[in-house]
Design a protein around this ligand. Structure first.
Ligand code: FAD
Length: 505
């Protein structure tokens, strides 16, 4: 233990920086490792990451954060999935729900049983078996009851929409109460030793901060991992041509719905994220096919409610650092790479990177094999999410604009081509360890894009057709009946965890 780390310096106080500080302060409790966060008052945060996936609930639990207080402090609403409007064709929509869809039957994926029921002439929707989708359609929500194993909705899952600026503030306050050291300054210089390890940072107040390990959370800047360590960047722009976003906040005009809306647009897609006190809106677009002025015009004409701030253009490059961990530096959040927020995965990747990091936590020897094992895991995570996002574009039928015509013949990674080919045959999707998007997530997008397998698994033919139909119809009825008995999402928020900030303030 004499060689163990004594200090970690987190550079950057955005969502990634404070998530790292709070999770590490919980995980390293009792280790005597000193955690310091340096945040600049002069360089702003990106502040638009407001839609999450269910792993946010694991993060909140792992950090021993009080959920009710977190929701109230960050004006959060609940999220049961994403509604995709106009993706297959204008005027059509589908839903990507969280949680499981249906329950496996006799050891077979529910999806296979459902395909067999379609072949038998049944006409139910895939989403009829998703508690999250039916709750979202009816704008209902409640947290899981304590004894919920036999609850009809037990396989639903949820995440949160929250105000990103308030999240960073809330996490910062708790971190400081828990002993994390905070320095307000801008890093001017990164000082390396002759082996390429970071030894210290020089700040704009002319002081120097030394540390055993550094976490680069400086956003797109990548001050440590890129500007100083120059690990290189894997550019994925040829797969995903969107390279800019415009974001704007609006007054809340309707009651917040428990899902994000992602609407396909002429040169990309726009988001709507309903919080308790306002709505977050944005348009992710390709500059090759759309000017900034046109993107702003498109966004402003597609939203309701008074605009609360100047539309902000955010350029980005899709891809990831060649290595997220190099020597004594880990890149986290936007400093590590970026995939467009179509499936709200960036904050999830921050959490997952930290989970991998804790598992591979270094000692002072900085074993190269350990670093490599970590980097391989995170490469797989990034690639899985990249392929899942590409799926939304390459399966669209749209060819009504130059952007969508480009998508008709877009390059598709071999890993994804293979996945779609196997699925088209008989609806099989190989699960692999540690994957984030479940079989049901893939099926939801493919079904939404009207891609059905040619046949089902031969062994589900053994199911008795009438018994199967009865079971499925009963499932649908149970889910619907139960959903209609639970509270309306907005009323549930008001009764249990109303935002501290009032609507439209
Ligand atoms: P930032 O928020 O940019 O923070 C960087 C920090 O580094 C700041 O505190 C800054 O002051 C500090 N800093 C920079 N340079 C220095 C320096 N020299 N010295 C000291 N400090 C410095 N994610 C989701 O999960 N869901 C979403 O819906 C979502 N939507 C997004 C939409 C868009 C358009 C974009 C661009 C991103 C979106 N993201 C989303 C990603 C999400 O915003 C980020 O992953 C998250 O906010 C983390 O940001 P960050 O902390 O890495 O960077």
């Amino acid at each position: 233990m004499s060689n163990s780390l004594k200090s970690i310096c987190i550079t950057g106080g955005g969502t990634a920086g404070w998530m790292a500080a709070i999770l590490l302060s919980s995980a390293l409790r009792g280790s005597n490792i000193k955690i310091t966060v340096i945040e600049s008052a002069d360089i702003g945060t990106i502040g638009v990451g407001e839609s999450t996936v269910p792993s946010i609930m694991d993060f909140i639990q792992a950090c021993q954060i009080n959920l009710k207080e977190f929701i109230q402090a960050t004006s959060a609403s609940f999220k049961l999935g994403i509604r995709f409007d106009d993706w297959l064709n204008p005027g059509e929509n589908f839903f990507h729900p969280f949680g499981k869809v249906g329950k496996d039957i006799n050891g077979f994926d529910f999806y296979q049983a459902w395909l067999k029921s379609l072949a038998d002439g049944q006409k139910t929707r895939w989403l009829d078996y998703s508690p999250s989708a039916i709750m979202a359609e009816n704008e209902r929500f409640m947290l899981r009851p304590i004894q919920s194993e036999n609850w009809v909705l037990s396989n639903y899952a949820h995440a949160l929409h929250f105000d990103a600026v308030q999240v960073a503030r809330y996490l910062r306050d708790i971190c400081q109460q828990r002993g994390v050291n905070r320095i307000e300054a801008t890093v001017k210089k990164v000082n390396l030793d002759n082996k390429g390890f970071i030894r210290s940072l020089t700040l704009d107040n002319d002081t120097t901060v030394s540390s055993d390990f550094f976490i680069d959370c400086t956003g797109f800047n990548g001050l440590l991992i890129d500007k100083s360590l120059k690990v290189g960047f894997e550019d994925w722009s040829h797969y995903l041509p969107c390279n800019r976003a415009v974001a704007v906040q609006t007054e809340q005009v309707d009651k917040p719905v428990p899902y994000t809306i992602a609407t396909a647009q002429a040169a990309g897609w726009s988001w709507q994220i309903p919080l308790q006190h306002r709505t977050g809106n944005g348009y992710v677009f390709s500059h090759q096919f759309c000017s900034d002025e046109k993107a702003i015009e498109t966004l402003l004409s597609s939203i309701n409610g008074k605009v609360l701030n100047e539309p902000r253009i955010i350029p980005f490059v899709t891809g990831k650092r060649k290595k997220l961990w190099h020597n004594n530096c880990l890149a986290l959040g936007l400093a590590s790479g970026f995939l467009e927020p179509l499936e709200s995965t960036a904050i999830h990747l921050v959490y997952k990177t930290l989970v991998h990091f804790i598992k591979h936590f270094p000692d002072g020897d900085f074993d190269a094999d350990n670093e490599q094992a970590f980097n391989q895991k995170i490469d797989a995570d990034y690639q899985e999410i990249r392929d899942f996002i590409i799926l939304h574009y390459c399966t669209s039928d749209r060819d009504d604009t130059e952007f969508w015509q480009w998508c008709q013949t877009m390059p598709v990674p071999t890993s994804l081509q293979e996945k779609i080919r196997i699925f088209r045959n008989r609806g099989q999707l190989e699960d692999h360890q540690g994957q984030f998007f479940t079989h049901d997530s893939w099926c939801s997008i493919l079904e939404g894009m009207k891609i059905r397998p040619q046949k089902h698994h031969p062994l589900v033919n053994g199911f008795h057709s009438q018994n199967l139909a009865n079971t499925l119809n009963e499932n649908i009825k149970n889910i619907r009946d139960t959903v209609l008995k639970i509270p309306n999402h907005y009323e549930y928020l008001q009764a249990n965890c109303p935002a501290y900030i009032k609507k439209n303030s």
